[in-house]
Design a protein around this ligand. Structure first.
Ligand code: ZN
Length: 403
């Protein structure tokens, strides 16, 4: 039994839609489960024998749920990023061998051991910024051998890090070179999806449905086949163009639709009706310096639950930090700190179908929480670019400490 007490604030969204701030807060867990949330005076009275941690002057938050990453890949694209900072165009970068296909090549060449070692490092950096659960997508293999290698690394990661991992098959991230689109579609439908399912390598299936990538019709075919096999559906949509991806996500009863920078009003309304979570990725928009940002306010007003994630990947957002994403969501989208925190915890959990277990500090849920050395949760937004995290607790155990 563990008891944190004397917190300046215990801050959490609640399942009922409210946002709770308890001054002089306390939380207790028996093993993995939260057994008490309330004030310190109540807690000390009810649990006199518990192992106590005094967190006076600090803030307790739920662990962050990063619901969209591509964290297993070979190589890096630092030089491409620098080219962009120096003003290179997309065409110039492509001519210099950059872009997603360069990561595909480096990933195919990398050994499973090397990919695992690198991925452990990435997850560790995420943990040190407060992420306690992360979703990981395949998608830099684009053939069965390499996609399987990526999914195997994701599986192996589970026993190498205390951070919880949800896995998504994104064989439809792009089309591979040297094959026709129809040939690859057939491979996805007839070989890869059934094999991923047979070997239990992923829980979700995702498709990059956008201009120049997978069409609405191809996305339908892949998603229907995936649903038949028991996968839950996620979609990358409406990032590069409005392809009516938001409406498609609701038609397919996807658990989430991600990016959505150019999603139209009709699609947003349909997502609200179908309960599709919008996973927004402000780090990517910021790094790509796009002119338009995802219509987060319109989504919230329409009743769509908005989640936030890093989109951590070697090309368009090389950031491990959910704290950075929270700050960007307020500064770029105009979310309130309370909306952003809800998006980075409870709605992130919903986007990976773990809402019952994680995402808020409520009795019965998993004890996944953060202790920050700040006097008020507002400092998480006010103190830009500085990590004030002190301790991370996952399933009732301290898994990281600053010192
Ligand atoms: Zn992505």
């Amino acid at each position: 039994m563990i008891l944190l007490h004397n917190a300046a604030q215990l801050v959490t969204p609640l399942e009922n839609g409210e946002f709770s701030v308890i001054e002089n807060g306390s939380i207790a867990a028996d093993g993995e489960r939260i057994t008490f949330v309330g004030t310190s005076s109540e807690a000390l009275h009810s649990y006199p024998a518990a192992e106590r941690i005094n967190v006076a002057g600090k803030v307790i938050l739920p662990g962050f749920v990063d619901a969209h990453t591509h964290l297993i890949f070979g190589g890096d694209r630092c030089s491409e990023f620098l080219m962009r900072l120096r003003g290179a165009t997309y065409q110039e970068i492509a001519a210099a061998g950059g872009g997603i296909q360069s990561t595909v090549q480096a990933t195919r060449e990398a050994s499973e051991e090397k990919l695992l070692r690198d991925s452990i490092g990435h997850v560790q950096r995420m943990l040190e910024m407060g992420t306690t659960t992360v979703e990981i997508k395949s998608g830099y293999g684009l053939n069965w051998e390499s996609e399987r290698k990526l999914l195997s690394v994701a599986k192996a990661l589970r026993s190498k890090t205390p951070v919880e991992i949800a896995t998504t098959f994104l064989g439809a991230h792009d089309f591979p070179r040297g094959k026709s689109k129809d040939e690859y579609m057939e491979e996805l439908l007839e070989v890869m999806l059934p094999a991923v399912q047979r070997e239990r390598l992923a829980e979700f299936c995702d498709v990059f449905c956008d201009e120049g990538y997978y069409s609405i019709e191809q996305t339908r075919l892949i998603s229907h086949r995936a649903k038949e096999l028991g996968f839950k559906i996620k979609l990358h949509v409406d990032e590069l163009a409005d392809v009516n991806g938001a409406a498609l996500a609701s038609e397919l009863a996807a658990i989430s639709a991600d990016h959505l920078i150019l999603a139209n009003e009709d699609g947003i309304g349909k997502m609200a009706e179908a309960g599709v979570i919008a996973v927004l990725l402000p780090g990517t928009s910021f790094a790509l310096r796009v002119k338009q940002h995802a219509p987060a306010r319109k989504m919230i007003q329409s009743g769509v639950r908005v989640a936030l994630a890093t989109d951590f990947n070697p090309g368009t957002c090389f950031s491990h930090s959910m704290q950075y994403v929270l700050q960007l969501a307020c500064l770029l989208y105009g979310l309130t700190p309370e909306e952003a925190l809800t998006a980075a915890t409870l709605h992130g959990a919903a986007a990976i179908d773990r809402k019952k277990q994680i995402g808020s500090l409520e009795v019965g849920k998993q004890m996944d929480c953060l202790i920050l050395d700040i006097p008020h949760y507002g400092y998480l937004f006010y103190n830009l670019g500085v990590n004030r995290l002190e301790t991370v607790i996952k399933r009732g155990k301290v898994i990281w400490n600053k010192n």
